[in-house]
Design a protein. Structure first.
Length: 434
């Protein structure tokens, strides 16, 4: 495989997340086939399974190409791979309906999505390399342009501003928060990118060193337009967790004059206020019937009642709590015991990790992200950490396949340490040596 092929494969999962999955959602809604959007959209695992199969085929092709003429071991390995693929296909066909009916296994398999996607990102990065931050920025700009276009088309057709958009963002609050988190990841990738048209950055590009000019990315740089498209996409999502995290990232970690950063943070707060106070049409829905504070109280009470649950988590095949008739304004019959709420119903990833895995779950996830940020020593990694701490506390960002996979790949990119600066030549040293 050529280096160009490796670069394409390195960015392929991000291309699937930022372009192909939103287009799949758009195609499914235009064709009125919601099952297509669910399988191939941000909530589905089908694109990740396809990417895993592609990685297997490419790896086998590399091995076969490196062993010309083909040895008996190569043919044996290829035969075993084909046999394994056939076995997996037949197993899914024969035992898939049985697994779908196994209520005890479904919650466990659902909680294993996050570690499986982290392992996928690690394996993909090991085989094909980490994606470049510039790729992440440009793909985020493409997604932001799609969301802004969706917002404008919906507003023109409805002749009014509609919170949540239409085809892409019309899937409710969960879809809006997912798109906003994907844009947040791309926004963090712009934190310490150098300006392309400054003399310092020009020298850095010639020497291969990512020198930062100490100011925010300008609109005239190659990724400046993408950055503004990312911000525009964030604003039109009207995702309160996304705008809150974006304001924090811009204000605390972005370079540039304080006035500019404060203005962007205030714009994010304005977007949150508009989504809460203005009487605008919305496709976001009314949110959760039970507030996040109720879930927090219920999980803490359940952990107190279960011995050792703070260490190993609560049983996944049992409800965490019951939503009683007098909680949350729900209208229940007097004889009803309440609504059973399980761990996978919790709308906060950090709280869901605590309920499912105990204190070790959120601590291990936060420690892994902090390790990537410290190893990379860039604002990019610390921006990802801050954005995830805020957004995953209010949304299931770590349990949505698209956002979890993109975040794992972004941290793999942030893991790389910046190159050491070259020693500054001493004037006159060459003449003295000569």
């Amino acid at each position: 495989m050529t280096s160009a092929g490796d670069r394409f494969l390195a960015r392929l999962p991000l291309l699937a997340v930022y372009v192909l999955m939103p287009l799949a959602v758009l195609a499914g809604r235009v064709a009125e086939r919601p099952e297509f959007s669910q399988r191939f959209g941000p909530q589905g695992l089908t694109p990740w399974l396809v990417l895993a199969g592609l990685a297997l085929v490419v790896s086998l092709g590399r091995d076969i190409h490196a062993r010309r003429p083909l040895s008996r071991a190569s043919w044996l390995g290829l035969g075993l791979a084909v046999l394994m693929a056939v076995a997996v296909h037949l197993g899914l066909r024969l035992f898939g309906p049985v697994l779908s009916q196994a209520q005890d296994l479904a919650p466990l398999l659902d909680e294993l999505r996050l570690p499986a996607l982290v392992l996928f990102a690690a394996a993909w990065t090991f085989c094909f390399g980490a994606p470049r931050r510039e790729t992440l920025v440009h793909l985020g700009g493409a997604l932001g342009a799609l969301l802004a276009l969706d917002f404008l088309v919906t507003a023109i057709m409805a002749r009014q501003v509609v919170l949540g958009g239409g085809f892409l963002l019309g899937g409710g609050q969960a879809a809006s928060d997912t798109m906003a988190f994907l844009l947040l990841i791309a926004l963090c990738a712009t934190l310490d990118l150098p300006e392309a048209h400054s003399p310092e950055a020009a020298g850095a590009n010639l020497s291969g060193l990512p020198v930062s000019t100490g100011s925010a990315v300008s609109a005239t740089s190659p990724w400046g337009l993408s950055r503004w498209l990312v911000l525009a996409g964030l604003f039109v999502t009207f995702s309160r967790p996304g705008l809150l995290a974006a304001g924090g990232v811009v204000l605390l970690l972005e370079r540039g004059p304080l006035q500019e950063r404060l203005a962007l943070a205030c714009a994010c707060i304005l977007g949150i206020w508009m989504s809460m106070a203005l009487p605008l049409a919305s496709t976001l829905g009314g949110g959760e019937d039970l507030g996040l504070s109720w879930y927090l109280t219920a999980v803490v009470e359940a952990l107190k009642q279960e011995p050792g649950a703070w260490l190993v988590g609560l049983p996944l095949n049992e409800p965490v709590a019951l939503a009683m008739p007098d909680v949350g304004g729900l209208d229940w019959a007097p004889e009803a015991a309440g609504l059973p709420v399980s761990a996978f119903d919790i709308p906060s990833s950090w709280l869901r990790l605590l309920a499912g895995w105990g204190l070790g779950g959120p601590l291990l996830a936060a420690a892994g992200m902090l390790a990537c940020a410290l190893h990379g020593r860039r604002r990019f990694g610390f921006g990802l950490l801050l954005a995830t701490l805020l957004a995953a506390a209010l949304t299931p960002a770590l349990h949505t396949p698209a956002s979890a996979g993109a975040l794992a790949l972004a941290f793999a990119c942030a893991w790389r340490s910046p190159p050491e600066p070259a020693p500054t030549p001493v004037p006159g040293a060459a003449r003295a040596d000569g």
